[in-house]
Design a protein. Structure first.
Lengths: 187, 519
């Protein structure tokens, strides 16, 4: 049986120009993939202070840690969170209160800031919040904050180049000459 | 401004575009007014952008500086066909005669045989791909070859088969082979972001632009129509509009006027065209305008197909959904009228909003998402809503848009009967997915509306409907409404193919009346 994948000819990929055999037609001659310029928000934070940004990074890397692939901070998630929160008053309240709560809770339990705690103690503070959110309980300040920062981490990470391409392995957005038929024998 | 056109068409989408082109080809002088700007299909859309190119990760529809589809109404030459998913299904005889079959809702005044030649005409003209399935409830057409099913479709097809439910190749107005100057689809997966090569049908590139070359069709973009004018002799004389940017007033005169602004906006335009003859809105002498609003109701299940969890991701974007579950309840025991069908696997993988719904955090969370990314699938049943008195379109005269026009208001109630279909289609979705070894992530609990239909109901009885079997208003002999608003019953099938067939049929009717000097 012929390997169907052999017939899958990739004419062009992201960042290149794909020529179609209609060069004389003014409209349909080709389609152009503009290069994906990553526009991570540049410059100083828009809403958060330096200390808050570090705390956000610390929590973000607990939610999506670096493993054999990049983590949230590697993917620029704190900058994305700052960008989104700077444009949303509701989130500003949730984050300001939530970040303060994290340090207060760390001080109350362990006499240190959240960032200064070791991994297991940080996870120990986050776990009950995560369990509550998974159970649909999001009414408390801390739970509401965890829901918000987890959502923004997921959105920010999995739409980043590191998250979407490197981690998840997205391979779409290319021009194929034909759509390949399913070739897994047991399918 | 002195010219009187044979036909003034308000709206340039699937209905307006098809109708205007068919009229121009038959020699009529046609003017198409479009509220949105002119655009260049190839260069103006963010078709191939990826989310990380934007600070907020939201991909705008239009490229920077290009006006158009990012506002509330789908505005721009081509209307919603620029962004549609292109599913093209013929309605069946049962869809046209639902009341006869089920005793509920309304029959159309036309039959399948009336529209069949026009379905074929559209298929030959624009190119529709699909398989010949020989189904009683989903008539075959003249098709280009279907696109192959995805691995995930095959898994669902096998699961559904265990329950006696058929999964077929989807039928779409997207080219699987080159057709004239339009290339075949290149399967980038971004159909609903503006197909930059027009492999997917859009009314601007496939109908309007070619027809304009005849010299018989003129397009006037940036023209927000605010009123239809009527003479004391009960004939519509033309339209008044505002320039989209300058707000300058404009006027166009026509021997006939066709309203094709998409369901809700068509009703709104007629309702706001008040005059001495029609104080409650044009063509509304019987008070039926806006009533019998019957949008499709959709549900949805998000899931992961277990056999694909942990596999290496493949590029299966294709042209979004490649398969379809045609309605199958007509011949089964049920306690409701009508039926539902299912569109599925049309999610696009360049975003993954479901990731935030996965439980937990940390390494396990990250790994579970990576494993499930290739297995994610959306399953969306579409059900037919029957008309009811509490569901209608009207105007909110207290709220005005940027042009000072009252806002259209949708009043929607899901009746007990609607909920029977909704619950049934939700349960079947779940059963089919479980039979396909799916792990379910979420199930929609309430219906959502899609495919807006009704409001200018077509019928033979002038007391109970707004337009006749040729989409001509009962009240005004040279005024037509052609779009989804005329559907007396909605079917569960995607409506655009039927709108286009209706538009072609109405064009023939108007051309004939022009030839006879009746208009």
């Amino acid at each position: 049986m012929a390997d169907r994948r052999e017939t899958l000819k990739i004419l062009g990929a992201i960042g290149s120009t794909c020529a179609f055999p209609f060069a004389t037609n003014e409209l349909y001659a080709q389609h152009v993939h503009d290069g994906p310029g990553t526009q991570a928000p540049a410059g100083p934070p828009r809403f958060f202070g330096e200390a808050q940004m570090k705390l956000i990074g610390c929590i973000a890397d607990r939610i999506i840690p670096p493993t054999d692939s990049p983590g949230a901070v590697d993917a620029g998630v704190p900058g994305y969170i700052d960008f989104v929160v700077s444009r949303n008053e509701t989130l500003q309240g949730i984050f300001t209160q939530g970040l303060a709560w994290m340090d207060e809770e760390a001080q109350r339990l362990h006499g240190q800031t959240f960032e200064a705690l070791d991994a297991s103690r940080q996870i120990g503070i986050l776990r009950p919040l995560s369990d509550a959110v998974d159970a649909g309980e999001e009414s408390g300040t801390a739970e509401r904050f965890f829901r918000a920062i987890k959502s923004l981490c997921a959105d920010g990470y999995y739409t980043s180049q590191a998250g979407l391409i490197t981690e998840l392995g997205y391979t779409g957005n290319v021009a194929l000459a034909a759509f390949p038929e399913c070739e897994i024998p047991e399918h | 401004m002195g010219k009187t056109y044979d036909v003034v068409v308000v709206g340039s989408g699937a209905s307006g575009g098809t109708l205007a082109a068919h009229l121009a080809r038959q020699g009529a002088d046609v003017l198409v007014l479009e509220g949105g700007p002119a655009l260049n299909t190839r260069t103006d859309f963010n078709t191939h952008a990826l989310p990380f190119e934007f600070p907020n990760r939201h991909i705008p529809t239009m490229k920077p500086g290009k006006p158009g589809f990012d506002s509330e109404r789908s505005r721009g030459l081509g209307g919603k066909t620029m962004l549609w998913n292109a599913v093209a299904l013929r309605f069946s005889q049962r869809d046209f005669k639902g009341k006869t079959h089920d005793g509920a809702g309304e029959d159309w005044p036309i039959a399948y045989a009336d529209l069949a030649p026009y379905y074929e005409k559209i298929e030959r003209e624009v190119g529709v791909c699909g398989n010949l399935d020989g189904l009683e409830d989903l008539p075959d057409g003249v098709f280009l070859p279907p696109v192959p099913l995805k691995c995930s479709d095959v898994l669902v097809q096998r699961g559904a088969a265990k329950l006696g439910v058929k999964v077929i190749h989807v039928r779409k107005s997207t080219l699987t082979r080159q057709k004239g100057a339009r290339p075949a689809c290149h399967y980038c997966g971004n159909c609903m972001a503006g197909c930059d090569v027009a492999a997917k049908y859009n009314s601007y590139d496939v109908h309007l632009r070619p027809a304009a070359r005849t010299g018989k069709l003129e397009m006037r973009p940036n023209s927000v129509v605010r009123e239809l004018t009527v003479s004391s002799g009960n004939r519509v004389t033309g339209v008044k509009y505002l320039h989209r940017e300058t707000m300058a007033e404009g006027e166009a005169k026509g021997r006939a006027v066709v309203v094709s602004c998409a369901c809700v906006q068509s009703v709104a335009l007629l309702l706001m065209s008040r005059s001495r003859l029609y104080p409650d809105g044009l063509a509304n002498s019987n008070g039926q305008l806006g009533k019998h609003f019957i949008p499709h109701m959709t549900g949805g299940v998000q899931c992961f197909l277990s056999p694909l969890i942990g596999t290496k991701p493949v590029n299966d974007e294709g042209f979004l959904d490649h398969a379809y579950v045609p309605s199958f309840m007509h011949n089964r025991k049920r306690d409701y009228a009508r039926s539902f069908g299912v569109q599925f696997n049309y999610q696009n993988r360049r975003t993954a909003g479901w990731t935030k719904m996965m439980p937990g955090f940390g390494e396990d969370y990250k790994q579970s998402i990576k494993d499930r990314y290739p297995a994610f699938l959306v399953f969306s049943p579409y059900g037919e809503k029957l008309p009811d008195a509490a569901t209608y379109i009207d105007l909110d005269w207290e709220k005005h848009d940027a042009y000072g026009l009252p806002e259209a208001r949708r009043q929607i109630v899901w009746t007990g009967h609607d909920m029977k279909i909704f619950n049934e289609m939700t349960n079947w979705s779940r059963e089919i997915l479980l039979a396909s070894k799916a792990e379910i992530l979420s199930v929609a609990k309430e219906p959502m509306r899609n495919h807006e239909l009704g409001g200018c109901r077509m019928g033979d009885d002038p007391r109970r409907s707004v337009v006749d079997a040729f989409c001509r208003t009962h009240d005004v002999p040279n005024l037509y409404v052609v779009d989804g608003s005329v559907f007396p019953s909605a079917s569960e099938k995607n409506p655009t193919h039927t709108m286009m067939a209706l538009a072609a049929r109405t064009a023939d009717h108007i051309a004939e009346r022009l030839r006879k000097g009746e208009i």
